[in-house]
Design a protein around this ligand. Structure first.
Ligand code: PNS
Length: 164
């Protein structure tokens, strides 16, 4: 049974993430989608909210599970007996940092391999940050995020009065 982990901050989940989940679920027998903290980013949504978003979109997939973790990704992978990390690549601009993270993770644990999936070109411009920025100025984010996530973002905008 080939198991993989798809980690991310998912703040919020976008259609680009969903595309990677969909495609990775067909390649691997088991896919663990896990919310981890990215220390470089201040999160808008709590861990619980991000897990909830993911839970709501992975329902159609029997072999996909959602979890969260605070700590090193490679430690988490090892605890779950998973030796493959899946990352999505949108553009050359993603590459440099992903390359650095992949090499760091390999240095930390050489038994864990990072594999990259190229994004579907329909979603190559979408990022969680762009979604938050557009939404914060009242722009239309339909088509950028799954419908359930759209509702959660709209609720957040109302609560924060469009200041995030
Ligand atoms: O969706 P993101 O923000 O690009 O995801 C980045 C994430 C959360 C996968 C990355 O920051 C991470 O692995 N965080 C856990 C802490 C860790 O292991 N850091 C060392 C990686 S070089």
């Amino acid at each position: 049974m080939v198991r993989a982990i798809y980690p991310g901050s998912f703040d919020p989940v976008t259609n680009g993430h969903l595309d990677i989940i969909d495609r990775a679920s067909k390649v691997f027998d088991y896919l663990l989608v896990s919310v981890l903290e990215n220390p470089r980013k201040d999160a808008l949504f709590s861990m619980e909210e991000r897990v909830y978003m993911l839970e709501s979109i992975i329902k159609p997939y029997d072999n996909v599970k959602v979890d969260f973790y605070q700590g090193l990704l490679v430690d988490y992978a090892q605890k779950n007996e998973i030796a493959i990390i899946i990352k999505g690549l949108r553009a050359i601009s993603d590459f440099e940092f992903e390359f650095q993270m992949a090499l760091t993770n390999r240095k930390l644990n050489c038994d864990v391999e990072t594999m990259f999936m190229m994004t579907n070109n329909k979603y190559s411009f979408i990022s969680s940050s762009i979604v938050k920025e557009v939404a914060s100025y009242g722009g239309d984010i339909k088509g950028l995020v799954p419908p359930q996530v759209y509702d959660m973002i709209m609720d957040k905008i109302t609560v924060y009065n469009r200041t995030f």
